[in-house]
Design a protein around this ligand. Structure first.
Ligand code: AMP
Length: 113
């Protein structure tokens, strides 16, 4: 399997603005932010897309959500943010290494389009 862009960031082979890291995950700033705060919460395990996750990933997926909440608290986002997972190219996924987008700092419309 081809090494993903995010694996290269996790392995520090290419630079990124890393805001948080633990054994299971890394949080970076999105290079092309769609909101004043736009973070990517990325598992170190390579799961190409959410629909590829399996039962044994249950704890890891929960961990990513908790990291998102902790980042929102750490960055003082006023308890106001949106999490997005693009699953598949037709849904806008461009990097096939699962990640959560955390968006905040502007009004976020619904439906998202
Ligand atoms: P998605 O389109 O859901 O797969 O999201 C991939 C995200 O990765 C996009 O929002 C890109 O702006 C972002 N991205 C691509 N390359 C980098 C990079 N080198 N560092 C940080 N974010 C990146």
């Amino acid at each position: 399997m081809q090494i993903t862009l995010f694996e290269k960031i996790i392995n520090k082979e290419i630079p990124a603005d890393i805001l948080y890291e633990d054994d299971l995950s890394i949080v970076i700033k999105d290079i092309n932010p769609q909101a004043p705060t736009h973070l990517l919460i990325i598992p170190k395990k390579v799961i190409p897309k959410l629909s590829d996750a399996i039962e044994e990933d249950k704890q890891l997926l929960g961990h990513l959500m908790l990291v998102a909440g902790k980042m929102a608290e750490k960055l003082d986002l006023d308890d106001t943010f949106r999490l997005v997972v693009n699953n598949g190219a037709k849904a806008g996924q461009s990097v096939f290494h699962l990640h959560l987008h955390l968006l905040s700092g502007r009004s976020l419309n619904w439906p998202p389009g």
